[in-house]
Design a protein around this ligand. Structure first.
Ligand code: NAD
Length: 338
């Protein structure tokens, strides 16, 4: 019997996780819950996902909009083995899940302290096997862990300085900004460094973030002091073992995040999603023990495969992280962009 997965919050992340769950043979979408009967709710129905209202008040709005909900969230959690919570940060559903005795996976808008266990498939799958609650860190944090964990495991990392140029809003979000300014995050370090340490506690990392008027992707400029001298070829060889790191090249005409999204479209990726972290092959420079590189992060989709693997770990559908990742990657065609 495939595991029954509920998705609470069917927005940017929730709708992608639902589609990815639907592609797996060991799990099914038991239903999706929403607060608003908007176009995303209507599309969920068209895709055949049972649609639930988050609350009784929301159910009344659904009825009024001509959408008959299958029930409310409390009904959905009773028929699910696990909830993937993709609601906005601090929506506060933990007591409801605890009362229902259902396992849950949260997203990076939540603090690590909500679960005391943050997940990255390559870095700590085995620690999360059989857990009740885990959190998949944010898109930026996941992006940093994807490239830094392999470097630390295979070469050794002394210290990291990462400067993150963050997208202002997602493409479908017309409320957020800035639309004509560059906004520094004045907190130092930005929250991303400590967040990386929620998965890699021993990594010495410092992060700086600025927000810019773009919607496509984030870009990271990263400087790493390695534990031993290396060269660009050896660093690329390490990343080649990790299919969720993809290589792009300025020499091929991929000069910016715009061409990475074009590549995703040309690969016929759903919604032009790019699940891998894109590293510029010709932007990797090593000077003795100092490594510099650039990477781009598709904020709407890089956490999607991690959510699928987190479900498998928590529900013990697969105890071997590598096997789970291979299965997820095959289903999402990850690895084709190399
Ligand atoms: P979103 O606003 O696109 O979607 C949120 C969804 O939850 C919407 O469908 C909304 O109708 C629904 N919702 C709102 N309040 C709710 C409630 N009380 N109960 C049930 N449903 C509710 O948000 P998102 O961008 O998908 O973010 C969800 C989580 O994922 C956050 O923790 C966020 O930090 C994290 N995250 C977002 C991104 C990104 O780039 N968008 C990347 C990684 C992680």
């Amino acid at each position: 019997m495939p595991a029954k997965i509920a998705i609470n919050g069917y927005g940017t992340i929730g709708k992608r996780v639902a589609d990815a769950v639907a592609l797996q043979d060991d799990m099914v979408v038991a239903g999706v819950a929403k607060t608003k009967p908007d176009f995303e709710a209507k599309l969920a129905v068209r895709k055949g996902f049972p649609l639930y209202a988050a609350t009784r008040e929301a159910a009344a709005k659904f009825e009024k909009a001509g959408l008959k909900p299958a029930g409310v969230l409390e009904d959905l959690v009773k028929v699910a083995d696990l909830v993937v919570d993709c609601t906005p940060e601090e929506s506060g559903y933990k007591p409801l899940y605890e009362k229902a005795g259902v396992k849950a996976v949260w997203q990076g808008g939540e603090e690590h302290s909500l679960t005391n266990l943050s997940f990255n498939a390559a870095a700590n799958y085995s620690e999360c096997v059989g857990a009740t609650f885990v959190r998949v860190p944010s898109c930026n944090t996941t992006g940093l862990i994807r490239t830094l964990y392999p470097l630390d495991a295979h070469i050794g990392v002394e210290t990291v300085l990462a400067v993150m140029v963050r997208r202002a809003a997602d493409p479908g979000d017309s409320k957020r900004g800035p639309i004509n300014a560059i906004e520094p995050e004045l907190e130092m370090p930005s929250h991303h460094g400590p967040d990386v340490q929620s998965v890699l506690p021993k990594l010495d990392i410092h992060t700086i973030a600025v927000k810019v008027p773009t919607t496509l992707m984030h870009l990271h400029a990263i400087s790493v002091d390695l534990k031993r001298p290396s060269d660009a070829a050896a660093v690329l060889d390490v990343w080649k073992r990790f299919p969720r790191v993809a290589f792009v090249s300025g020499a091929d005409g991929i000069k910016s995040t715009a061409q990475i999204i074009e590549l995703a479209r040309d690969l016929s990726r759903d919604r032009s999603d790019f699940y891998e972290i894109a590293v510029w092959r010709d932007g990797v420079h090593v000077d003795g023990k100092r490594l510099y590189y650039f990477q781009a992060v598709h904020q709407e989709s890089d956490v999607v495969p991690e959510n699928v693997d987190a479900i498998r770990a928590v529900l013990e559908l697969e105890k071997d992280g590598r096997k789970s990742m291979e299965k997820t990657d095959r289903s999402l065609k990850i690895g084709l962009a190399r």
